[in-house]
Design a protein around this ligand. Structure first.
Ligand SMILES: [Zn+2]
Length: 113
């Protein structure tokens, strides 16, 4: 009776050790899976952030998008020319830059402050 008990007692730590090892492997596998899931979520978040930024940029001027369908004609606030709403932003920007450029050149030529 005693030898079997001793045998059991000497066996049990190794069984426990085996269980611990298995448990540890499980935990490590779960950690790896969790890290992978976090990486996937991080990538998804980056994509979402980029998408959100794109969408906010697209909805900056809702009036322009509406008028764009009719292709209405408006007058440039700088030169007074007729321009379509499709190209007005570009035109006005160019026009404004031209005016700024010429007025700077003019000031420079006339020695104005
Ligand atoms: Zn203009």
């Amino acid at each position: 009776m005693l030898p079997t008990r001793i045998q059991e007692w000497s066996l049990s730590p190794s069984v426990a050790e085996e269980n611990n090892k298995r448990e540890l492997e499980n935990v490590r596998r779960m950690q790896a899976q969790a890290r992978e899931a976090i990486a996937v979520l991080d990538r998804r978040r980056l994509l979402l952030d980029a998408h959100i930024e794109l969408v906010t940029q697209l909805t900056v001027d809702p009036n322009l998008a509406e008028e764009d369908e009719d292709d209405a004609i408006i007058y440039c606030i700088t030169c007074g020319h007729e321009i379509s709403t499709r190209t007005c932003i570009k035109h006005m920007e160019r026009c404004y830059n031209k005016v700024v450029y010429y007025s700077t050149a003019f000031k420079y030529e006339m020695n104005l402050p």
